[in-house]
Design a protein around this ligand. Sequence first.
Ligand code: GLC
Length: 425
Amino acid sequence: MINRLRFGDERDWFNRRRFGMFIHWGLFSIPAWHEQVLWRGKMRRSDYEVLAREFNPEKFDPDQWLDLAQSAGMEYVTVTTKHHDGFCMFDTKYTDYNVMHTPYKKDIIRMIAESAKRHDLKLGFYYSIPDWHHPNCPNQGRHHEMWGNRQSDEPDYDKYFQYMENQITELCTNYGEVSQLFWDVNILDYNNREFNDRMRKLQPSLVINNRGPDNGDYATPEREEDTDRKFSKSMEFSGHTEACQSLGRESWGHRIDEDYYNPKYLMQCIDRTLAMGGNYLLNVGPKADGTIDGWDIASLKRIGKWYNNIKEAFAPDTYSATSMITDHGGLPLRDKILLTRRQNTVYVHAYEDLASSSIGLRPFTMPPLKATLLNTGEPVEALVDKTPYYHEEDRAYLRLRNLPTAAITDEPLVVKLEFDGTVWE
Ligand code: GLC
């Protein structure tokens, strides 16, 4: 099966822009331990809420952040407008617990929206359903909830849902084009599907995730859950998918002493997810002063150096094509690879370390006109010959050999094969 998922409307930007930056920023960036420090750190609510009096990111320059995103090859940006803590990073008329009531007094979301426009990046908004501040939010001590309401609270589902809808309507009305709505953690069983539709009418390019009132437009596997091969026998996602992951393994918000992933591991995850037809949303947690930590910058730059060399393998109109092998008797694959394809060009993704310096491309029997290692631009040796391994079949298959697997060990290899029109469907 050829995976050419399309919405057939303005949401199709999502198929053309495959790699995005996720940003988790808020009051939690001050204690810098975890974006859920209030809950996971068992803080008192009143001790957390006074952080609003300190929030003053004087060094914040959204252009610097989005320059960084763009230099890493990212083409959209999705930012936390209100996380579980309930603090709003935008100017909202529905609560004072927002950024306009901090020493900073500027609408962070507006600043990011304007910068995204200048950068020609699509803009997405993360919005948490749990709310650990709003008096109407029923907090019943379940996961991602406060252990109970305060005496002064007035828990009321209808009023709280109305509050959420008012705020998301503000977000989808006051900030120009919005292209993604990233709901999170529907522990309250909010189920007004009609609201998603209303937002789509306001914002025709809006793709909505599956963590809100319905399954939305796409699935959101997190931290590599389910993106493994087991997700799909054909090694292609069967529906729209966006995997999300953070640069560090403990937190999405900035964490002092974060345990960072190896950039190579992230590049392998990005390559695998994109080659399976998904998008990848990679998160950075900026610091409370408005800057991005040096480690995050170095990691994004390293990923970008690789991604910019290989990203034509995910260019518009390129689709997952591993089924060219699997549907033609190529399973089990001898080497861990995935394919993408655009017309007669096929890209071979070694998303995990190769066992040898070669890739066997059974059942391909035709040689390409040209084979290039995108990582370096160097030619690759591609030949159709018989190998001892397939002696029983007694047929010659395409093989890429002498790949520099011992020299390039810190990023996944991607090989471009240009055929003259004999590649099968
Ligand atoms: C999880 C975390 C939440 C984070 C989100 C990002 O749901 O609990 O804190 O914002 O992942 O996808």
